[in-house]
Design a protein around this ligand. Sequence first.
Ligand SMILES: CC(C)(COP(=O)(O)OP(=O)(O)OC[C@H]1O[C@@H](n2cnc3c(N)ncnc32)[C@H](O)[C@@H]1OP(=O)(O)O)[C@@H](O)C(=O)NCCC(=O)NCCSC(=O)/C=C/c1ccc(O)cc1
Ligand SMILES: O=C(O)CCC(=O)C(=O)O
Ligand SMILES: [Fe+2]
Length: 361
Amino acid sequence: MAPTLAESATDSFDLTDFVINQGNGVKGLSDLGIKSLPIQYIQPQEALINIIPNESIPVIDMSNWENDPKIAESVCEAAERFGFFQLVNHGVPLEVLEGVEDATHGFFGLPAAVKRTYSKELSPSNSVRFGTSFSPDSEKALEWKDYLSLFYVSDDEANALWPPQCKDECLEYMKKAEILCKKLLTALMERLNIKEIDEKKESLLMGSRRINLNYYPRCPNPQLTVGVGRHSDVSSLTFLLQDEIGGLYVRVNEGKGDEDGWVHVPPIKGSLVINVGDALQILSNGRYRSVEHCVIASGSKNRISIPVFVNPKPTDVIGPLPELLAAGEKPKYKNILYSDYVKHFFRKAHDGKKTVEFAEV
Ligand SMILES: CC(C)(COP(=O)(O)OP(=O)(O)OC[C@H]1O[C@@H](n2cnc3c(N)ncnc32)[C@H](O)[C@@H]1OP(=O)(O)O)[C@@H](O)C(=O)NCCC(=O)NCCSC(=O)/C=C/c1ccc(O)cc1
Ligand SMILES: O=C(O)CCC(=O)C(=O)O
Ligand SMILES: [Fe+2]
């Protein structure tokens, strides 16, 4: 039986066992109606961010993409300057977005005992993992987030192993996002004078995919914790669907003259938030920027978000693209096996932009 509130306030309540081992997650804690944040979730002061109210990341309308080259230009400029932008009229149908949102609520609404069967300990495959926080074994303070992470290997594998409550919707969203991804990557490569995405480049840029379903339940003291700590993604590009609650913040003006701080990414119905990940920063030799972001939980509502991470293949060696070096650029990054890079990211707590130092020359 779930512990009572009185029990949860005492040492007799084993939070790790309840949240992690039993599969209740932070959703389980929130559903208990706890009135204050357990100490394990209190983040150190430096995790808290300075919010800049009057700035924003670009919102780009893609409806005239085929005919108006200025749209591709805005995408490339946003990828260089902010590393983040929102897209509207991007071609992924609203029903597909709504379908995967409903499926996400369906999955997290399952009993803990069912979700737990997808945990690292019990899941029959490394491609499917239900968990809570990012890296609980290495974090000083936990994050207020549960997730399901699905690595795509094949349709057959997904059909056999992904949870039936969400597999069709996840596959559909991932596939539609891929069409959009090709368009964006073609434009981003053209800007680097790379006219053709051959097989090798296609693998480096979009050889693997992972879809995460993130659940951030209502939090009793959202200002003391984080939904996701500051990090950059290790993908090439991330396609993030967020619901109407809000809470995603992106770092702006880092190392520039203007005020360094964080801007909110306001939810826009039907839009997708796109961001550059470390792999594209490395491949483009720093031209496109993978930028820090974080999530602040809500004090009143449950929030979901669904990123599709488009990545190199785990077996690819990533480094600055040869065309850039042939044009005389000095490499800023070493060549590195992509799965080593990702393992390095997953084994430590979120730490801003530090992962990329692993690849710096
Ligand atoms: C190295 C991978 C990820 C796993 O390969 P594996 O052979 O199953 O390796 P391991 O089982 O040894 O996993 C390596 C470590 O990563 C951990 N891990 C294995 N998947 C996971 C998992 N989805 N979640 C969080 N730890 C994991 C796993 O627990 C393990 O840590 P540890 O147990 O401490 O040794 C492999 O699939 C790979 O190279 N994938 C490349 C494609 C890929 O997944 N790219 C990542 C895109 S994800 C991204 O950009 C951002 C993700 C993100 C996610 C959460 C955030 O809060 C913020 C951002
Ligand atoms: O929930 C969000 O808005 C962002 C989540 C995120 O940054 C991630 O999963 O990598
Ligand atoms: Fe992220």
